[in-house]
Design a protein around this ligand. Structure first.
Ligand SMILES: C[S@@+](CC[C@H](N)C(=O)[O-])C[C@H]1O[C@@H](n2cnc3c(N)ncnc32)[C@H](O)[C@@H]1O
Length: 350
């Protein structure tokens, strides 16, 4: 059975209870540091000290995928790098569902020119891909020693017809089997793409009409080359919470900070009032997206850490992919929601 270790409290303190080199991958959606008025924890992005603790518990060569907002990603990534991670890439998730929350300056004062505002339409979020330095001389030697160091290309290929890839039950690679040497080659032929699926890219989209319209129509619709995942549905948010009451989710007051003035995220990170829901966390990430990200960087049977688990979407995804999971959450209400969502998937088959 998949193991879970859920730790309520401040992640810096809670991570100190974990052993060195005991975690295979980190997949997390930490505070973006964009709330000025609300909860103290969201005044800034996680500190270098937090990421240094994360790197201590991660195995050498272990990867992390860390969600970052557009306005503060530079601060997030500097702290991650200063803690000792190698920055490997940025995965961009583009979407059409964001709406601009721009102030019409002319409406505020008619002496100002018409048609000028203060914000762009939000259409992307980033996941920084980084890695703890290898302990061995080569990636292959590191994989043999720790199981970590590579990324799971074949497990995350996008099928040629544009369908999302399946669970890692079909494609996961164990350290013993080795990460697929072929797929690490740059020389992937068109034929291989057809038979094995498209090589995973550092671009993900939401499949919305707005985004699909950006891709030119070709014989094979080019958007289908990329993994896609829409925002979290109510069913996804509430699964496993049958005994919980419906509550209003808001940008502010729910413990996540006051994002009402700043709409900037499809996950609702910045505002957008939602219908009452059992999972009232305002920034729930879709499980399918988190499954894909977990699968991309975690060796078969590995343990994933999320120091900022919120309502537990990474943990739920980890269970569905057959991984073990360790998560921390500061807010007691969100902790209970995360626990219920993750435990309800713990016994699922992969
Ligand atoms: C952006 S949310 C994560 C949401 C999550 N991806 C989900 O789908 O529900 C970040 C979470 O980090 C928690 N948090 C903030 N500071 C923390 C800390 N120092 N230790 C542990 N959790 C913390 C907040 O309570 C919040 O729930």
């Amino acid at each position: 059975m998949k193991k879970i270790n859920l730790l309520e409290g401040d992640c810096l303190e809670q991570m100190k209870t974990l052993h060195d080199n005991s975690i295979d991958a980190i997949v997390s959606d930490p505070p973006y540091g964009i709330s000025f008025m609300a909860k103290k924890w969201d005044y800034d992005v996680p500190s270098v000290e937090v990421w240094a603790e994360a790197i201590r518990v991660l195995k050498p060569g272990g990867h992390a995928l860390i969600a970052c907002g557009t306005r503060t990603q530079h601060r997030m990534v500097c702290n991650i790098e200063d803690a000792g991670f190698e920055i490997r890439d940025v995965v961009s998730w583009i979407y059409g569902s964001g709406f601009p929350k721009s102030l019409n300056i002319h409406k505020k004062d008619e002496r100002c020119p018409d048609g000028w505002g203060t914000a762009l339409k939000p259409a992307c979020e980033f996941f920084t891909l980084c890695r703890k330095p290898l302990s061995e001389k080569t990636v292959a030697a590191n994989v043999l020693k720790w199981g970590t160091g590579g990324i799971n290309i074949d497990g995350c290929r996008v099928e040629a017809n544009g369908e999302k890839t399946g669970s890692n039950g079909a494609c996961g690679m164990s350290p013993e089997k080795g990460w697929n040497a072929n797929s690490m080659s740059r020389d992937v032929t068109a034929e291989q793409s057809q038979t094995q699926g498209r090589f995973p890219a550092n671009l993900i989209h939401d499949g919305s009409p707005e985004v699909l319209d950006l891709f030119p129509e070709t014989g094979d619709k080019s958007a289908a080359r990329f993994f896609y995942c829409p925002k979290a549905s109510k069913k996804d948010r509430d699964e496993g919470l049958e005994g919980f009451e419906d509550k209003q989710s808001t940008g502010g007051g729910g413990g996540i900070g006051d994002y009402k003035d700043d709409v900037n995220s499809m996950s609702g990170k910045f505002g957008s009032e939602k219908a009452p829901s059992k999972n009232n966390h305002p920034t729930v990430k879709p499980t399918a997206l988190m499954q894909y990200l977990c699968r991309l960087i975690t060796p078969d049977g590995g343990t994933i850490l999320d120091p900022y688990m919120g309502s537990g979407s990474t943990g739920k995804a980890a269970m569905l992919e057959g991984f073990n999971f360790t998560g921390c959450e500061l807010d007691p209400d969100y902790f209970q929601i995360a626990k219920a969502r993750i435990e309800s998937e713990q016994h699922s088959l992969i």
